[in-house]
Design a protein. Structure first.
Length: 188
């Protein structure tokens, strides 16, 4: 029952975010500097996305995140997702939440994520594996009119497009939701 309610909440938040085309969004470039995850390699993902994609990867490994830890991380990821939806959060607040997420992970988990050296290409592979088709258009907002709002936003975010209508952060939102869902799957 808890899983159903949580999944419903995640899906509702995706729907609301996709309908609110004029809402402000959090900046796509985090200023949070991780003591554990590098960003100094070519194509490195922002720490937020490294943590989210890394969480998914951990949960697909032989040693997924334990249920008790998953419960704690779900709450932190939901709080971060909420600030992204509201658009009014200060970067300091986002950085504090990323720090809390990182602190809730074990050194082995963080080392695993760091060893992946996740890049924009890894993000595209993840998007493709999840049925999100990434085109090779010129990067103009509004392209992909036959795509779902989430897929179009993913395409735009992958191409580095940020727009005033908030669609540029939807890839990050989809990734955060997927990380939350991967944690929910760890619950009994």
């Amino acid at each position: 029952m808890k899983k159903t309610f949580l999944i419903f909440g995640i899906l509702l938040s995706i729907f609301i975010a996709s309908c609110s085309g004029t809402a402000a969004t959090a900046p796509t470039g985090d200023t949070y500097v991780s003591p554990n995850l590098p960003t100094d390699y070519e194509g490195a993902l922002a720490i937020r996305n490294q943590l989210a994609l890394g969480t998914i990867e951990i949960n697909q490994s032989a040693t997924p995140i334990p249920a008790e830890q998953a419960q704690k991380l779900i709450l932190l990821w939901q709080a971060l997702r909420s600030t992204q939806q509201s658009g009014g959060s200060a970067q300091a607040e986002v950085s504090a939440m990323l720090g809390q997420i990182e602190s809730a992970m074990t050194p082995d988990q963080l080392q695993f994520i760091a060893s992946l050296q996740l890049t924009q290409n890894d993000m595209q592979v993840w998007a493709n594996a999840n049925g999100i088709t990434m085109g090779s258009g010129g990067g103009t907002p509004g392209q992909g009119s036959g795509m779902s709002p989430e897929a179009r936003a993913t395409k735009q975010a992958e191409e580095g497009i940020t727009s005033s209508n908030g669609s540029g952060s939807k890839l990050s939102a989809a990734l955060l939701d997927a990380a939350i869902f991967s944690l929910v799957e760890q619950l009994p």
